[in-house]
Ligand binder design. Structure first.
Ligand SMILES: [Fe+2]
Ligand SMILES: [Fe+2]
Length: 176
């Protein structure tokens, strides 16, 4: 896995190579039943939680290498993929207005139940809604995902990112 990472690091700015790295470190998550079912849940606009999470991982990876931020790719990818792992349609819940405050904790609980997370991955999930979560991120990986999440959410809200959330997940590797 490390060999794949080194090879790809040479020119990570190409989308195809970021996809290779996403597969190397996050394929087990993206192929899982629970993660795939988030393709049926809208995040912002018409974007599904599934595609939103993959896009956040993609942008985090791109920024990490473009700006030479020195974050760990594996933690960055896995934390980004699981940052919204709350596994329900938040628009239909009774606490929809407070979703922003609650869902990082729920996502962390769900992710911990299925995966062995590093401290960095936990920090990414727990703090990605900062400043709502009050305590700021403690590692660079969590800062990158926090910013990439806000950037992607903005583009989804104004419909620049507008993948249909009912789209078949077979096309999931088509990232923005
Ligand atoms: Fe979130
Ligand atoms: Fe998010």
């Amino acid at each position: 896995m490390e060999t794949v990472s080194k090879k790809i690091r040479v020119s990570i700015n190409k989308k195809e190579q970021r996809i290779d790295l996403l597969q190397a470190y996050g394929k087990d998550i993206m192929d899982s039943v629970n993660f795939k079912q988030s393709a049926n849940h809208a995040q912002h606009g018409t974007m599904s939680v599934y595609h939103h999470s993959i896009n956040v991982a993609n942008y985090s990876l791109a920024w990490n290498h473009f700006f030479r931020l020195g974050a760990q790719d594996k933690d960055l990818i896995r934390g980004a993929l699981l940052h919204d792992y709350f596994l329900y349609d938040w628009h239909t819940t009774s606490h929809a207005k407070l979703h922003g405050f609650f869902h990082p904790g729920i996502a962390l609980q769900n992710a911990c139940a299925e995966y062995e997370l590093t401290e960095r991955e936990k920090d990414i999930i727990k703090k990605h809604m900062w400043p709502l979560t009050v305590i700021p991120p403690l590692c660079r990986e969590a800062w990158i995902v926090t910013l990439a999440d806000k950037y992607c959410s903005f583009l989804e809200t104004i419909r620049i990112h507008n993948r249909k959330y009912t789209q078949d997940v077979k096309n999931s590797w088509q990232i923005y």
